[in-house]
Design a protein around this ligand. Structure first.
Ligand code: ADP
Ligand code: MG
Length: 240
């Protein structure tokens, strides 16, 4: 479904991605771990062209998304993204936050978009918050809303960049729970996280990134119990 070939990204003279090769199949939950500054966010952001790769190729559903004339808007519709800082529109209600994408981009009717939004809100137990503004919600509630806002576009892939890192500890579980349910429904996910429990229980594959490269990857059980690379061993000894 997604393939990166020799993906490179530099900011000025700083080469942040040094040739990433990876293939992600439909239905996989790929968890990306690694030290701060290793290029995890940049990698995710290149996948949906929030960053312009400096070299290499990204093939998504059969087309090269870096090619001239690639349809970036269609690409972004098909890849939902959830950020650490929620990025909800604070001047819109919860319901308005969710319907705005389907209405503007997919040209859904107000009624159709609202019906779909309410279904999604019911699924995460927040239907009663539809008319609230984000400022009245907890961090965990905001992030669950951010997830269903992305889902409202009916994406083929969901990208998560440290979705629980800005949350108070007691709210981490509710967000991971929604993500676990999604994984159970078979949606393809790429998740950057420091939640090693989630990686082990929900991940179908774990990628360890260090200094702009994927140093090691494998099934969670294998990677966590017998990491091969010394840098993976060192990282895991600090976070597990
Ligand atoms: P991670 O998510 O693993 O912590 P990032 O992908 O955010 O790593 O960052 C990797 C490196 O790229 C860091 O050294 C960071 O300073 C640099 N970087 C990221 N985004 C930018 C940017 N927009 N401009 C310049 N440097 C950047
Ligand atoms: Mg990051």
């Amino acid at each position: 479904m997604i393939e990166a070939r020799g993906l490179r990204k530099s900011f000025g003279g700083n080469e942040v991605l040094k040739g990433i090769d990876v293939q992600i199949s439909r239905g996989e939950v790929v968890v990306v771990i690694g030290p701060s500054g290793s290029g995890k966010s940049t990698f995710l952001r290149c996948l949906n062209r929030l960053e312009e790769p400096s070299g290499g190729q990204i093939i998504f559903e059969g087309s090269d998304i870096c090619a001239k004339g690639a349809n970036i808007n269609l690409l972004r519709q098909k890849m939902g993204m959830v950020f650490q800082q929620f990025n909800l529109f604070n001047h819109l209600t919860v319901l308005e936050n969710i319907v705005i994408g389907p209405k503007l981009v997919k040209k859904c009717s107000q009624e159709e978009a609202e019906q779909e939004a309410m279904k999604l809100l019911e699924r995460i137990g927040l239907a009663d918050k539809a008319q609230e503004y984000p400022s009245r919600l907890s961090g965990g509630q905001k992030q669950r809303i951010a997830i269903v806002r992305a889902l409202a576009m009916n994406p083929d892939v969901m990208l998560f960049d440290e979705p629980t890192s800005a949350l108070d500890p007691e709210m981490v579980g509710e967000v991971l729970g929604v993500m676990k349910d999604l994984a159970g429904e078979g949606i393809t996910m790429v998740v950057v996280t420091h939640e090693m429990g989630f990686a082990q229980k929900v991940g179908t594959r774990v990628l360890f990134m260090d200094e702009g490269q994927i140093l090691e990857q494998g099934a969670p059980q294998k990677l966590f119990t017998s990491p091969q690379h010394p840098r993976t061993q060192d990282f895991l000894s600090k976070v597990l």
